[in-house]
Design a protein. Structure first.
Length: 682
């Protein structure tokens, strides 16, 4: 197809002055059909306003560009709960719509008759349309979505065999088609015919139910299909397919059987797998468009594959739920290979982007302001990279890589099912809330957190820069820096096993010097610089704290307050450095009932010490065992290194330590071995 055609308004009885919707819609569609038959590849609209009949949308043809020439296609005011201004639903392919405006009737629409009227769409894509480009368009004021791409269900009818009730233990040889004994496989026990619907569509597949659910007793996502000829002879096979993939039907195939890669046969309620032929848009390109002031969604991806949303402005979407810039939802895992890149998404009523379900969703290089970015548990292999978030709430679950992002005045919440890797991100006044269930499902590394405003609420929705989860996660090579006013952490009871490697905390503390909580875990090569009193230590058999190679610097408050009513199974500080530059503030205040303490190979440096102790073990303290060995206690002024003389019942071993300008106040019951105190062996 070649050539460009300037739409002849008089010839086709078309008005471009915003009147005569029935004839205008009919004339445009007649011209499009004629141009396609003539081999014309582009129709150019004269500028103006074309009023579109709500019952007669514009229907492009394959291999054709509709160049609106700056014109506006405006739906006639109506009361329909569903309409399309432009509709592609007859398997069109290689279509481009460009250079104009598509306008709905949102503010003049009649919402009588009940219902939400949320399905008035600017451009609707359905039924295997392919290679469609929508670019340089302004789409606005629809009662529903600016752009909607939707899958059909593709049911094969009630008489088509079901997977439910037709599975048995065993496999099928994928080279011969012969049945085999295999305890780690289940196979279909009946034949699945290649019916005319499958032949017409050209493919079929195993999908979930109408909500995309595969069933809680289906433990695999992988299967094989084996094809047979009409005479029951083996034809061919395809191995290691995944649910929601399309199976191309080979010539001569009469029927197929399936082998699922699991060892148990699911019950009928536990198996929701369905064989069907859904038809969905694919290879869709939405580029350099402005989508705004639509009531429901900017872009609705409801069962699409290979969709590219690139370089658009999407803003002020809202009026009816879900009120989002982009929504990847219905169709569920049919949504695959979705690329959202280089868009400006801002000021949408509730959400910026929603990913309910899908595989291989990439959100990159976007500027996102306000609203919620939500990645739901069924999203698989989502990449969120190099975006700028401002005043936004990322709610992250599912399988996510969150990298190289910059966030300002946001709150990142890692939800219960998150399997997330966060790395190389910059967080400005952006707290992080771990609510992950599942040990070490989330890893945070090489991130920087800067806070220069107050955080006054210790709740899960606002306030604290770090809210730890009960289930342990890993933080590595990160820094948290505040301004010394109202910034703190929240730790739930029962937390355990956190791993922090090379993490620095600077000026992250309460302005009123309330105690900052730390979750039980292992802290290696971490730095705590002017972070306020550390304490609120949690009890229980999993309450194990280890500080290895850490650095502590503080002034004008007690560093560790291990108070009454608290207890840990094990508390160890090893190869760490403690520096109190100005005053002689206590490093460890120990009271209450404890398990065992181990202090070894640490350095305590107090250049301006007084008679206060560095480690103060109170008279009411109780512990199973305390060991302090090979530590160095140094001060330029005389002060007490360890005071425990009022705690005779605590088994305490003090061995191999070096004290300079410091002294001991221990009880005679405590064991002292080979210590050097001010140059003398004690």
């Amino acid at each position: 197809m070649t050539g460009s055609y300037l739409l002849e308004l008089t010839r086709w009885n078309i008005k471009n002055n915003g009147t005569d919707a029935p004839n205008t819609s009919m004339g445009i569609n007649n011209a499009i059909v004629w141009a396609a038959a003539e081999g014309i590849s582009e129709i150019v609209f004269p500028n103006g306003i074309y009023l579109i009949d709500e019952n007669n949308p514009i229907i492009p043809q394959s291999y054709m560009t509709l160049n609106l020439g700056g014109a506006t296609l405006r739906i006639r005011d109506n009361a329909l709960p569903i309409y399309s201004i432009i509709l592609m639903h007859t398997k069109q392919h290689y279509v481009r719509i460009t250079n104009g405006k598509v306008e709905g009737d949102r503010y003049t629409h009649s919402y009588v008759g009940g219902g939400t009227h949320e399905f008035g769409v600017g451009i609707q894509l359905m039924h295997n349309v392919q290679f469609v480009t929508l670019d340089n368009l302004e789409i606005f004021n629809t009662t529903g979505d600016a752009i909607n791409g939707i899958t059909s269900f593709g049911s094969l009818g009630a008489n088509f065999p079901k997977l439910q009730g037709n599975l048995e233990i065993g496999g099928i040889n994928t080279s011969t088609g012969a049945l085999t004994a295999a305890s780690n496989r289940i196979r279909t026990s009946v034949n699945f015919p290649i019916v005319p619907q499958i032949e017409t569509i050209g493919y079929f597949g195993i999908y979930g139910d109408s909500y995309g659910v595969i069933g809680n007793e289906v433990t695999t996502s992988t299967y094989d299909v084996i094809f047979y000829k009409e005479d029951n002879l083996f034809l061919s096979s395809i191995t290691n397919l995944h649910f929601f993939d399309e199976i191309q039907v080979p010539p001569e195939a009469s029927y197929a059987r399936f082998v699922l890669h699991q060892s148990t046969v699911p019950s009928l309620p536990g198996n929701k797998l369905t064989i069907r032929t859904p038809e969905f848009p694919s290879q869709i390109y939405i580029e350099k468009c402005e989508l705004h002031h639509c009531r429901r969604l900017g872009v609705a991806i409801c069962g699409m594959k290979h969709c590219y949303v690139d370089g658009n402005k999407i803003h002020h979407i809202g009026g009816t739920s879900p009120a989002s810039g982009i929504d990847i939802e219905d169709g569920y895992e049919i949504n695959q290979y979705i690329y959202i890149n280089n868009n400006n998404i801002d000021n949408n009523e509730r959400y910026s982007i929603i990913v309910v379900a899908g595989i291989y969703v990439s959100i990159t290089n976007n500027k996102i302001k306000s609203g919620i970015l939500t990645i739901n548990p069924r999203a698989q292999k989502t990449i969120i990279d190099n975006n700028h978030f401002n005043d936004c709430v990322p709610l992250l679950s599912g399988q996510i890589t969150f990298s190289n992002n910059q966030l300002t005045s946001c709150r990142v919440r890692l939800l219960d099912t998150a399997q997330a890797i966060l790395n190389n991100c910059f967080f400005l006044n952006t707290p992080i809330n771990f609510n992950t269930q599942g040990a070490y499902a989330t890893q945070v590394s090489d991130c920087k957190f800067i806070f220069d405003k107050d955080f006054t609420e210790a709740s899960s929705n606002s306030g604290a820069p770090i809210i730890f989860s009960k289930e342990p996660q890993t933080i590595s090579n990160c820094s948290f820096e505040g301004n010394g006013i109202e910034a703190f952490t929240v730790v739930p009871a029962g937390a355990y096993g956190w791993v922090l490697n090379n993490v620095s905390f600077r000026n992250i503390k309460h302005k009123d010097n309330r105690i900052t909580r730390l979750p039980p875990g292992v802290y290696s090569d971490c730095r705590f610089l002017n972070c306020g009193t550390l304490g609120e230590i949690f009890s229980g058999e999993n309450a194990i704290y280890e500080f290895n190679g850490c650095q502590f610097e503080w002034s004008s408050y007690t560093l560790f307050y291990l108070g009454q009513g608290k207890g840990v199974n094990f508390f160890k500080v090893n190869n760490s450095f403690f520096f109190n530059p100005n005053l002689s503030d206590i490093a460890f205040y120990i009271n209450g009932t404890w398990g065992s303490f181990h202090f070894s190979n640490n350095t305590f440096n107090y250049p301006n010490g007084t008679n206060n102790p560095m480690i103060d073990i109170r008279s009411t303290a109780a512990a199973q065992f305390m060991r302090m060995n090979d530590n160095s206690f140094t001060s330029n002024k005389s002060m007490i290194a360890v005071r425990a003389n009022t705690s005779p019942s605590i088994p305490l071993l003090f061995a191999g330590n070096i004290l300079t300008q410091t002294n001991l106040q221990l009880h005679n019951n405590h064991i002292k071995i080979d210590n050097i105190v001010n140059g003398e062996l004690v």
